[in-house]
Write a protein that binds this ligand. Structure first.
Ligand SMILES: *Cc1c(COP(=O)(O)O)cnc(C)c1O
Length: 647
């Protein structure tokens, strides 16, 4: 016997309900929506036409033995982001009669993957889009990949002599590296290098603003910020450059007030302060010409359009308008030429283009089983049975009597606690305890089914759905693929990519493959605020349940680590094909078990050899049959060649 199933769901459920439930119609614009089949639909070129059924795409990639978890990168989205960014600035420049232009760079630290950076460089060529580097390795990427003499290469981060000399000498290759002075002592190094080589770099200065951003990165600016020159340092830097006859090479002022600026008011303050500093630097005799407003352009992860941590209270166009208008207001009264505007938007360019798709291996669901009645059942078990009978006798549907059900649930909880106490004291056997637990969950499910369409749900019963929540086991390591969900509690849109025309009747959260209790996804986009449980579907036997994590193209791959030795996932680059459909531009195979072992200095062959020897000994001792030994070695060898995830 089984209680009537509250998880049957509502027959009138549509994909529109799902889009609203998961917030897809808010954060998905203009790249993600749903189709009539109940699948997520990807429009890689936004509203300019062309779409792909994400589920079909995943299935076709799987048939090329690209197993889940799979990172799907849509290069068209990357290009579209660039177009929108440039479009917004062009629009603002025209609207405010700004006499300078916009020329952006991509901060490589946001996603250094070769194919990603190459794609950005190629797509950005028509705007002379450049790169920003913060280390020697990133500088090498920037110098090597950008061969457009008009594109800027902004060199941030701490710099030693070799770094600076590399930047000076690379100018002879027709590159435009700008050495941004972050620390007072870098001035000395720049002067020394310039003397030795007999040529100067293009020099920039990073100003430490007093304007504080709100949110997570708020403390990354202000007087105690890690980077940038304070106002006195700025002045002495100018004087030192003047003395060394290098002031004529000071061309750029840079500031960065932290990532994911939530509140446009903060940006405006920073822009005013920076604009005035720029004017003053010009008055001090530096030629200048570039104002670099850094990164920080935010992404509306939850689609709420608010100044909350997972959102922004402005659009891309608002951002561009404010940059252009404020800088103009600063320069005009002083008769100073309006600078070329540079921005280093990373998150806003790279977040949207990749989707992480993972499968669910199983769910620790609460079983909807009513145990068979036996003779001599303990009192608590009988009590629970009676409670269940009372609930079943209550009318189903809108007339369900909330107060009655509330009382029944209180009873059930009490009886379950009694049963636990009896078990602890040795008066109840394990099978009896199992019965008590099963009956309690059966009561909860029966109550739920009666409350489905009831309008008057008592408060305590509202939480019943959470009591019945399940853990969904995800074929994924959040430490590898979504580290910010753990490190800084970042919220990403997470939702099933199929069955969207079916009501999700369960509540659950995800546990990942790592043996770490922090390895879970348990914060989801809610209405107004985040929620700990997500509406999910019952699993169907033998049928994959696929979940997508969206907007994670920035920082996640790079910051991910090898916790528990789970390595990178398979990744593919997809483009809409000219004649319809799609093409797979690149396949980047995920780390194999052999790769991750080597990363920890192990020698996979040696590990294998030791086990081979051990199995020979076991064969000799009659503990292991030869074909079992073969089978064991087979599994071990195959694993070394495969990705670290479950197949
Ligand atoms: C990280 C960083 C950026 C990128 O910031 P986003 O918020 O991703 O746009 C830009 N400039 C500097 C100096 C940075 O450190």
């Amino acid at each position: 016997m089984s209680v009537d199933d509250p998880t049957q769901g509502n027959n009138s459920w549509t994909v529109a309900n799902s889009a609203a439930l998961y917030g897809l119609d808010r954060w998905g614009e203009p790249y993600f929506s749903t189709n009539a089949r109940g699948h997520v639909l990807v429009q890689p070129r936004g509203d300019r036409g062309g779409s792909l059924d994400l589920v079909e795409l995943v299935q076709e990639l799987q048939s090329r033995s690209l197993n889940l978890p799979l990172l799907i990168r849509f290069d068209d989205i990357l290009e579209d982001r660039l177009e929108r960014l440039h479009g917004a600035f062009e629009h603002a420049i025209a609207q405010y009669g700004y006499s300078g232009r916009y020329q952006g760079v991509f901060p490589v630290k946001c996603n250094q993957q070769r194919h990603v950076v190459e794609q950005l460089v190629e797509s950005g060529r028509r705007w002379h889009f450049g790169l920003e580097a913060g280390s020697k390795a990133e500088l090498l990427i920037a110098l090597s990949l950008v061969n457009d003499p008009e594109a800027l290469l902004i060199c941030n981060g701490y710099k030693d002599q070799r770094y600076i000399e590399t930047a000076i000498l690379a100018r002879r290759l027709g590159r435009q590296p700008v050495v941004v002075i972050e620390q007072p002592d870098e001035v000395e190094r720049i002067i020394r290098s310039s003397r030795e080589i007999g040529a100067a770099p293009i020099i920039g200065v990073r100003a430490k603003l007093t304007t504080r951003s709100t949110g997570r990165w708020g403390s990354s600016v202000g007087e105690h910020a890690k980077f940038g020159l304070s106002v006195p340092d700025l002045l002495s830097t100018v004087e030192a450059l003047r003395e060394a006859d290098l002031l004529g090479d000071l061309r750029l002022m840079h500031f960065h007030i932290g990532s994911q600026i939530n509140d446009i008011a903060v940006l405006k303050d920073a822009l005013q302060e920076a604009g005035q500093l720029y004017v003053e630097l010009t008055k001090l005799g530096a030629p200048m010409g570039y104002l670099d407003v850094g990164g920080g352009l935010g992404v509306d992860y939850d689609g709420s359009r608010t100044a909350s941590a997972a959102s922004t209270n402005y659009t891309l166009q608002n951002y561009a308008n404010d940059v252009v208008a404020t800088v103009r207001e600063c320069c005009e009264p002083h008769g100073i030429d309006m600078p070329i505007l540079v921005s280093e938007s990373g998150r806003a360019i790279a977040s949207h283009f990749s989707i992480l798709v993972f499968d669910v291996l199983g769910a620790g669901a609460v079983p909807g089983i009513v145990p068979k009645q036996t003779e001599d059942e303990p009192l608590t078990v009988r009590n629970l049975r009676e409670t269940l009978a009372v609930i079943m006798a209550t009318a189903n549907g809108p007339d369900a009597d909330g107060s009655y059900l509330q009382e029944a649930w209180n009873d059930a909880v009490k009886f379950k606690d009694d049963a636990l106490a009896a078990f602890r004291l040795g008066y109840m056997s394990l099978p009896e305890r199992v019965m008590a637990e099963q009956l309690t969950w059966a009561c909860a499910e029966a109550i739920m089914s009666r409350l489905v369409c009831s309008t008057t749900i008592p408060d305590d019963l509202r939480d019943l759905k959470a009591v019945l929540a399940s853990t969904y086991y995800a074929n994924l390591s959040i430490f590898r693929s979504a580290p910010d969900t753990w490190a800084i509690e970042q919220l990403f849109p997470i939702m099933p990519i199929h069955r969207l025309n079916e009501e999700p009747t369960r509540l659950g959260h995800f546990a990942d493959l790592t043996c770490d209790s922090d390895g879970k996804l348990a914060r989801f986009i809610g209405d107004g605020q985040s929620k700990p449980l997500l509406e999910l579907h019952n699993l169907h036997k033998g049928e994959a349940y696929m979940i997508g994590m969206f907007l994670g193209g920035a920082y996640q791959e790079v910051m991910g680590n090898l916790h528990n030795l789970f390595g990178s996932t398979n990744a593919v680059h997809i483009r809409l094909a000219p004649g319809g459909g799609y093409q797979v531009d690149h396949v980047v195979r995920g780390n194999t078990n052999s790769d991750v072992l080597k990363a920890m200095e192990h020698n996979p062959e040696l590990l294998l050899e030791r086990l081979r020897i051990a199995s020979e000994v076991a064969i000799q001792q009659g503990e292991l049959k030869i074909n079992d030994a073969c089978r064991l070695m087979d599994h071990l060898e195959a694993s070394l060649r495969q990705t670290t995830y479950l197949q």
